[in-house]
Write a protein that binds this ligand. Structure first.
Ligand SMILES: Cc1cc2nc3c(=O)[nH]c(=O)nc-3n(C[C@H](O)[C@H](O)[C@H](O)COP(=O)(O)OP(=O)(O)OC[C@H]3O[C@@H](n4cnc5c(N)ncnc54)[C@H](O)[C@@H]3O)c2cc1C
Ligand code: FES
Ligand code: FES
Length: 1377
């Protein structure tokens, strides 16, 4: 954009600051986001791209903006991926490295995140830190009482909510919550979990003194004064685009008129904060952007007796604040209550960093124009709001309802403001003086605190009065029942029901009729086929019931004249009511984590091994200085690529064309299989298990298969180009695709499992076992779906061509060795021409094993062909579509058992949907069976088939096969218990292995008797989790509660582990510092930290003076596939220990070389320092570099891990929501190498399992095209969906002599324990079903066997608890009057 003299003397240079650096830009493409600018044009890389749609928080920044009218600087967090760069004119931006860094000192937030072990891969951490920082900055501005020294003014509850919109896939949130809570004025230090600052039992004063000091008076950020003088209007113009920020309505009108008259159809967009783009992604930019924030009318707030008017550009956060403010005043009674509830509801819209900028008007326009499933439209519709519209020079006030009903708003019209009318005035028109308003809002969503669209939302406003002639019965005078969020309609009113209820005396019969009328008139019509119509309708009925039933149940409140609202004038009772009201709300949305306990023992034998040492580089990760692949600055001339993928499961590719306007500047090439060089091979992955093509050749064999790689000047352009691609498919002469496992069986389409990976097929004699059984369950079925990795960093690579036909590739991979060899074969060059470098990976969970290879190979191929560097950072949607994820499967089984629950035989047939290419599917049978054998089945036989289908190939995902195997076992146990009407826990206990049966089932890895810690764990957990007592309490809870039911469940897990050969290399430099290379990759699992500890321990055995600080001298460096070969695959949980062992072996060599010198020096000088020893060794030309290759021996190669968990949940029968009340885990880590790291793995893994079992629906269409393609529809756990009490004990079990320093793995096995949550949910549903049957007088327990699907999402739970539960209850009530 050329710098021009702009009209009206508007500023024509965009000016802002980032972390104090000033930027002045006159050439800006207005579609550029702040994130794009920061990541590509500045050195500030702490803002990460996790989703690009406002749903993850990885990109959060703090925006500071001067308000000249109030003469204050406002600070608020925002998602930089949605904020347009032009809209930050005059602002100061702070990123995580701006609040502190390694050069100028970390901020206490960074230090505490590190010390509380709250950062694993570190990709989410900078965003988390800024979210917390924003909350602290604003809290300090309040005139709350001074906090105790070292703390801030925030409360514990606020500190947890500060990160409610930020996703973390690694930690499980508990340690993050602790880091946040450590700043809260009201925190009880005893409640804070494991950290590196203090030890258990330290005094409060000592604890305080060790916590990195926070001074709430200290201003960490300074607003650059010159920004106060910047004119806030802006006009940037170029031949292609323009950005206008008018300052008056007249100016806006002229701009709109101009556009209207402009016949050449230039594309114009009105913007406020652009968060709408998170949902409605702009495929291309616009010609003209008009920013409405400069016009004061859009930001006004006017309050008077007639109501409250809110300017359309007012942010949702601001609106919440204003509406809340009214509750401090005691006037307008019912109206105040209504406003407070509206603000409470708004608090659950999106997340804090979205609400801070997202405007109320933008939300309503999206609802009006695009049918966005808005909460705000629903809530405002219920209270009869009005909207003020400007069309040309015409201004009109409209009822929101009429506005929503109108055809979509044209570009010539703008929404100026919204008015919430004062109900009190309206009420005075009514003849009934004693009447009151009752108002309530509802939203059912997978995350209680927001950051999830609701399945359905509703708001009900009812005017009621006590009926004089009856005993407290309530008369409904008028009502407005509004529903929204569910479909392709905007928010609607249930007018039939409103009319039916008006003038009626409320009782059970009327409510029953109202509900029936509601369901028969079809108010709720879901958006598409996949939406659960029956669930939505049932939810709506649940809301109606909740609302009206409370009026039937407690009419006394209205007869006293205090219904739901506040009395006027205020009285003692009134304030009580107000308090009650608040309490009701509190119990509806309790504080998040109440507490978490961690019990672990730090070993001292191998110090610093066994110590909870802080994760290496954690503070660097927090400040965002840690470098991930996409943070590496682009080399000159760098190009960017992305994929065009197949949308058909089996089709011939006739042609691929880009959208016409995109065959343009900047798109440099489209590579496909035709570009594989001579001598090379079309390889996208290659391992001992098989290979897959890099690009489809002629025929695409699954949805998501790579067809071509578009290479362009920027990532944005490459993405736009790939999006615009039109692929011409043909299915002529092709068979039908295989999409179901049953089809694969019919067509015998299977992958062969090599003999060395086959788990056998029988243990014991199944026919005999079946014959011994008293009962049999035959042909029972279990189905399991997929799960997406949701690593926060998507697939990424950077390939740089080098001299002599060489290439260096930076890859975010768990398997650089395979990346290396595949690239060499793909390009047809020797392996020593390729170098693959991996420093850190922003989360892998198996998804960056074989799946990362193609990303690196594509970049390498393009770089090789074009002889320019090529990089890719795959967008989240494409990543989700191509990923494949966890293996879905169908299980059929026969099980025989005795009257006492002892199982005698189990026969299984398992069909695994492996997708189209082998990937690592061949490991599945062994893994499934390994975990399934956790119980003594008497005899066991199985037939596992790996079905080759036309789906993306499934890959290993954390605990691949093991989690399914373990769950299948629980499903069978539950079925047996149900059949026998026994307590499930007794059936579990009776079928646990004895050491003898363990030996029979785990022939090659059962270990010594003392190593079998399962019975110990099982009993210990019963005591520590107070299991028996809580079972009774749950029963009592269920007896007295109708609409909520609880369940509790104890589940064991056994996990077979295998160690693989791993290399290690250790060098000591002349100053005594140590450099270590290992085969394993740091994925956040703490591998580097354990390796450092190992190096420090072994080298420390030389016992020089000052050895204490050896740990700080060790640096583990990035993996370089040419420097250390045979690195292998970082997978299977054991890479940390095998890397440690390789380092131990290398260090032993060095110790051996150094010992004689040390002894000699000691004899000469007495004591000797490490540095002196090393200097001497250098002088004596001792080789101070040693490498080794650890190859596990037969008896150390395999072992079993044990753990158990108790989980308690509560389900809501009206919505299907499950709350996770408490989880207690005991896990055997052997002698933990680092208990803090292992604790992090246990918690994080468990929460990822909880996601699999309860939340994450990886939905596809019939062709296999993933529909859950972003943060809007794929919901991983958040801080509000983890157990409210989360206790973990790491069992420091007996020495395991064959293990690496007696340690055991922790990365994957604890994921299996999350089945306890699912089983507890099933138990709660069982109670609900019993109750339902009792209402039909059929309490014979006949309905107790049922399947609870995985994931047990809200609709699934609700369906099993009774979609018509309300109707049945009301009918039962009526019949039993
Ligand atoms: C991650 C995320 C989660 C969300 N969750 C929820 C949720 O749970 N519930 C919910 O209700 N909403 C939710 N939202 C929607 C959010 O409330 C809206 O995106 C936001 O309010 C839009 O405001 P904006 O200022 O960013 O509008 P913009 O994005 O700037 O504009 C949105 C649209 O409205 C037009 N427009 C804006 N203002 C005007 C005006 N005054 N006159 C005419 N046209 C105008 C624009 O041209 C554009 O088409 C979520 C959004 C995100 C990103
Ligand atoms: S990248 Fe911006 S919120 Fe996810
Ligand atoms: S540490 Fe949070 S995503 Fe990895």
């Amino acid at each position: 954009m050329d710098l021009k003299k702009s009209e009206n003397n508007h500023s024509s240079v965009l000016i802002f600051c980032v972390n104090g650096d000033k930027f002045e830009l006159s050439k800006v493409d207005p579609s550029t986001t702040l994130l794009e600018f920061l990541r590509t044009q500045t050195r500030f890389k702490s803002v990460k791209l996790g989703c690009g749609e406002g749903g993850c928080g990885a990109c959060v920044v703090l925006i500071s903006k001067y308000d000249p009218l109030l003469d204050i600087v406002e600070d608020f967090t925002a998602s930089s991926c949605l904020t347009l760069l032009c809209s930050i004119h005059g602002c100061s931006i702070t990123t995580s490295e701006g609040i502190g860094n390694s050069k100028h000192g970390f901020h206490p937030i960074h230090e505490r995140f590190a010390g509380f072990h709250a950062s694993q891969c570190g990709f989410c951490t900078p965003g988390m830190c800024v979210s917390l920082f924003g909350t602290l900055v604003n809290a300090e501005k309040n005139n709350f009482p001074e906090p105790p020294s070292g703390f801030s003014k925030i409360t514990v509850s606020e500190s947890e909510k500060a990160i409610a919109g930020n996703l973390c896939r690694c930690t499980g949130y508990r340690p993050i919550a602790d880091a946040c809570k450590s700043f809260a004025a009201d925190v009880d230090m005893e409640d804070l979990g494991l950290n590196s600052f203090w030890k258990k039992g330290d005094s409060k004063d000592l604890k305080l003194s060790t916590l990195p000091r926070y001074n709430h008076h200290h201003k960490n950020i300074k607003f650059p004064m010159f920004l106060k003088d910047i004119k806030h209007d802006l006009f940037l113009d170029s031949e292609k685009h323009s950005w206008h920020k008018p300052t008056s309505l007249n100016e806006l009108q002229s701009l709109l008129d101009l556009n209207h008259d402009n016949a050449n159809g230039s594309r114009m967009k009105l913007v406020v904060s652009n968060t709408g783009m998170g949902y409605y992604k702009d495929r291309e930019g616009y010609d003209k952007y008009i920013d409405l924030k400069g016009i004061s009318e859009f930001s006004k707030i006017r309050k008077d007796q007639s109501g409250i008017e809110i300017g359309a550009a007012v942010s949702i956060s601001k609106a919440i604040e204003i509406l809340k403010e009214q509750s401090n005043s005691n006037f307008m009674s019912d109206f105040v209550m209504i406003l407070e509830k509206i603000s409470d509801h708004m608090n659950k819209v999106a997340s804090g960093f979205i609400r801070n900028t997202a405007s109320v008007g933008g939300n309503l326009v999206m609802a009006q124009k695009n049918r966005f499933p808005s909460d705000i439209a629903t809530v405002l519709l219920a209270v009869d709001s009005m909207v003020h519209i400007m069309t040309g020079a015409k201004f009109e006030w409209l009822a929101l309802e009429d506005f929503l009903d109108r055809p979509p708003l044209g570009l010539e019209s703008v929404l100026l403001s919204i008015k919430i009318p004062n109900m009190k005035l309206k009420k005075s028109e009514s003849s009934e003086t004693k009447s009151r308003f009752v108002f309530e809002t509802y939203r059912a969503s997978s995350r209680p605190l927001g950051n999830a669209l609701s399945y359905l939302n509703a708001a009900f406003l009812v005017q009621v009065s006590p009926c004089k002639d009856t005993d407290g019965t309530i008369m409904i005078e008028t009502c407005r029942l509004s529903f929204g969020g569910f479909g392709d309609k905007h928010a609607v009113r249930a007018k039939h029901v409103e009319e039916f209820l008006a003038g009626k005396l409320l009782n059970v019969g009327i409510l029953y009729n109202a509900v029936n009328l509601f369901t028969s008139t079809g108010t709720i019509i879901p958006q598409d086929e996949t939406s659960k119509k029956a669930y939505l309708s049932s939810l709506a009925v649940g809301f109606l019931f909740q609302f009206f039933n409370s009026l039937i149940d407690s009419p006394a409140r209205i007869t006293n004249g205090y219904l739901n609202g506040y009395t006027h004038p205020p009285s003692v009772e009134a304030s009580n009511i107000k308090e009650n009201q608040k309490q009701v709300h509190h119990s509806k949305f309790p504080t998040l984590l109440s507490s978490g306990k961690q019990i672990l023992q730090a070993g001292s034998e191998y110090c610093p091994i066994g110590k909870p040492v802080v994760k290496s580089g954690a503070a660097l990760q927090a400040s965002g200085e840690a470098v991930f692949v996409d943070d590496i600055p682009s080399p000159t001339n760098c190009l960017h690529g992305t994929y065009i993928y197949s949308e058909k499961p089996l089709a011939r590719i006739k042609s691929i064309k880009l959208g016409s306007e995109l065959q343009l500047d900047g798109v440099r090439d489209i590579l496909s299989c035709k570009d594989i060089p001579n001598g090379g091979k079309n390889l996208g992955a290659n391992s001992i298990f098989g290979s897959e093509p890099l690009f489809a050749e002629e025929i695409a064999r699954c949805v998501g298969e790579r067809l071509a790689f578009v290479v362009a000047d920027t990532q944005k352009l490459a993405d736009i180009a790939a999006n615009s691609a039109v692929v011409d498919y043909s299915i002529e002469n092709l068979e039908l695709p295989i999409l179901r496992v049953e089809d694969a069986v019919e067509r015998s389409s299977f992958f062969e499992v090599p003999p060395f990976l086959r788990p056998g097929n029988q243990i014991g004699d199944v026919s005999k076992g079946m014959a011994e059984a008293d009962h049999k369950v035959l042909s029972a079925e279990i189905k399991l779906g997929s799960q997406y990795y949701f690593y926060m960093e998507t697939q990424t690579a950077l390939a740089v061509p080098d001299e002599d036909n060489c290439i260096t590739v930076y890859s975010s991979s768990q398997s650089p060795e395979l990346v290396h060899s595949t690239i060499a074969r793909c390009l047809g060059i020797p392996e020593n021409n390729v170098r693959v470098i991996t420093r850190r990976v922003g989360g892998g969970f198996g998804g960056k094993g074989l799946k990362s290879i193609a990303a690196a190979a594509s970049c390498a191929l393009a770089a090789h062909k074009l002889q320019r560097p090529v990089r890719m950072y795959l967008n989240r949607k494409t990543d989700m579509i191509m990923a494949g994820g966890r293996h879905p499967m169908k299980i059929t089984y026969n099980v025989g058992f005795k009257n006492n629950g002892k199982i005698t035989a189990l026969e299984l047939k398992i069909l695994v949907n492996s997708g189209i290419y082998p990937d690592v599917s061949v490991i599945m049978p062994r893994n499934i069976v390994g975990a399934l054998k956790k119980y003594d089945w008497g005899a066991l036989s199985f037939d596992i088939k790996l079905c080759r289908t036309n789906h993306p190939s499934r890959s290993a995902m954390r605990a691949p096969g093991d989690v399914q195997g373990s769950f299948i076992a629980e499903g069978i146990i539950e079925n047996v218990a149900d059949t026998l009407s026994m307590e499930v826990d007794s059936v579990r206990s009776i079928n646990l292995h004895t050491y003898t049966s363990l030996k029979a089932f785990y022939e090659d890895c059962y270990g010594e008797p003392l190593e079998y810690t399962m019975p110990l764990i099982w009993n210990k957990l019963a005591v520590s989790a107070n299991y028996e007592h809580r079972v009774d309490k749950v029963k009592e809870f269920n007896r007295i509660n109708t609409w909520k039911k609880r369940g509790i469940s104890r589940v064991p897990a056994l996990y077979e582990l295998n160690l693989r050969p791993t290399p290690g290399k250790v060098g000591i430099l002349s100053d005594g510092s140590v450099v270590v290379e290992v085969g394993g990759i740091e994925l956040g699992q703490g591998l580097w930290t354990k390796v450092k500890q190992m190096a420090a321990f072994v080298l420390g055995s030389i016992q020089c003076d000052g050895n204490g600080s050896l740990l700080d001298k060790v640096r583990v460096v990035q993996s370089d596939s040419l420097s250390l070969i045979q690195g292998g695959l970082t997978a299977g949980s054991t890479t940390s220990e095998s890397s440690c062992e390789a380092v131990r072996l290398s260090c032993n060599v060095l110790v051996e070389r150094l010992m004689p010198i040390k002894k000699k020096l000691q004899e000469e000088n007495g004591s000797i320092k490490w540095e002196t020893l090393i200097l001497q060794a250098y002088m004596q030309a001792v080789n101070l570099s040693a490498s080794s290759f650890f190859v596990p021996s037969y008896n150390s190669m395999k072992y079993i891990n044990y753990g158990a968990a108790v989980s308690e949940v509560e389900i809501d029968l009206l919505t299907g929501e499950t709350r996770f009340l408490q989880t207690d885990i005991i896990y055997d880590c052997g002698q933990s190498l680092n208990p803090a790291v292992d604790l992090g793995q246990i918690e994080g893994s468990f929460i990822q399992g909880l996601g699999f079992f309860m939340l994450e629906e990886y939905e596809t269409n019939l062709d296999g095209l993933v529909l859950a393609d972003g943060t809007w529809n794929y919901k991983i756990p958040t801080i509000d969906t983890i157990p409210q009490q989360f206790n973990v004990e790491i069992l420091n079990s007996e020495h395991h002599q064959h293990r690496v320093l007696s340690s055991k793995a922790s990365g994957e096995p604890p994921l299996l324990l999350a089945a306890s949550v699912h089983c507890a949910t099933r138990s709660a549903i069982k109670e609900a079903r019993k109750q339902l049957l009792s209402w039909s007088n059929l309490d014979d327990g006949s309905d107790s066997t049922f399947q609870l699907g995985v994931p047990a999402t809200m609709p699934v739970v609700k369906e099993l608890s009774g979609l018509d539960i309300v109707q049945r209850y009301l009918k039962w009530k009526m019949d039993n009057k």
